[in-house]
Ligand binder design. Structure first.
Ligand code: ASP
Length: 322
């Protein structure tokens, strides 16, 4: 029996075209993907929803929350066997991770996008969409958390990141690799995520800032987070998880204001941990109460802390949560 897939559009290059006069890539009034439904119906019956038509830099956690609610509402009304979401690639990994943490479904949720708009030479949108559809109907894709499908690969939401500004093979999972490959005839999974965390959220009210640490950084930016009313701060630290000495006073001030500080590394391989005991070293930061977020990038640690601080059953124990 044919499966039923919920296909949700949110915008992005996959729904855009090149304006021939200006040469700019812009959104279209009618989503060019809607006309592709016929190609997709050979794989499944489709329930199609136009949630937003946004370039993905316009996505915020509020839209991500709406998307989560839309999914839960749709599956409560009818039998859905899988979900495919089209999305701009710039923040696709963030929406994927948000949904990964805030949904707990057996059915596959697959995000896809395109690096080339619908009327560009070598446009990859329809190709990626068909592949996402094939993954969404695959029995093997169940219970694997939220997936990202692009360029013949299947990635886990927690690990995937956009690595190239323009290359169609932009989505990669540094350190971990993809979960599977897609060929003409097969959906071939070779890994499965070991852990699945689920957090119930119904509102996003608290704010979390993300700062990249750099040589010569001072405490002023961290202090401004206190004045601007942030409830949490994530730092992309140096190497194994260190910061310049001047940053330490900023961290201490945040902690004194009960603002949790979460640390990841700005290196995209390896994990941050408390190793060095010098001023600003990771061991010193850990002893101060800084929390490490192993295995995720700065932007994902920021979303995780945001979700944790906004969860229905708060307050959370941040160290335990990470
Ligand atoms: N800037 C675009 C967006 O994220 C890029 C894309 O969709 O690939 O909306």
């Amino acid at each position: 029996m044919k499966k039923t897939i919920l296909l949700i559009h949110t915008g992005g290059t996959i729904s855009m075209h090149v304006n021939e006069e200006s040469g700019a890539v812009v959104p279209k009034e009618t989503n060019p993907l809607i006309v592709e439904s016929k190609k997709l119906r050979q794989y499944a019956d489709i329930v199609e929803l136009d949630a937003f038509n946004l370039p993905s830099p316009h996505m915020t956690p509020i839209e991500m929350l709406k998307l989560k609610n839309l999914i839960l509402e749709a599956i409560s009304k009818q039998k859905i066997d899988g979900i495919v979401i089209t999305h701009g690639t710039d923040t696709l990994e963030e929406t994927a991770y948000f949904l990964d943490l805030t949904t707990n479904l057996e059915i596959p949720i697959v995000l896809t996008g395109a690096m080339r708009s619908s009327n560009e030479l070598g446009a990859d949108g329809v190709y990626n969409l068909v592949e996402a559809m094939r993954v969404a109907v695959s029995e093997d894709a169940k219970n694997k958390g939220v997936l990202v499908v692009m360029n013949d690969e299947i990635h886990a939401a927690a690990n995937v990141t956009k690595t190239s500004t323009s290359n169609v093979g932009t989505f990669q999972s540094p350190q971990y690799g993809p979960l599977g490959l897609i060929t003409k005839t097969m959906i071939h999974f070779h890994h499965a995520p070991l852990q699945k965390q689920y957090v119930e959220v119904s509102t996003i009210e608290k704010k979390v800032a993300l700062f990249k640490v750099y040589a010569g950084m001072e405490a002023d930016l961290l202090l401004s987070a206190i004045d601007s009313g942030y409830h949490g701060v994530v730092l992309e630290g140096l190497g194994q998880g260190n910061v310049p000495p001047a940053v330490v006073t900023g961290i201490q001030a945040l902690l004194d204001h009960q603002i949790p500080v979460v640390l990841v590394s700005r290196c995209f391989n390896g994990i941050a941990q408390g190793v060095y005991g010098y001023e600003g070293g990771g061991k010193m930061l850990e002893d101060m109460g800084v929390i490490y977020a192993p295995g995720i990038s700065g932007q994902k640690a920021r979303l995780k802390l945001l979700i944790g601080l906004n969860q229905v059953h708060s307050p959370i124990e941040v160290a335990h949560f990470f």
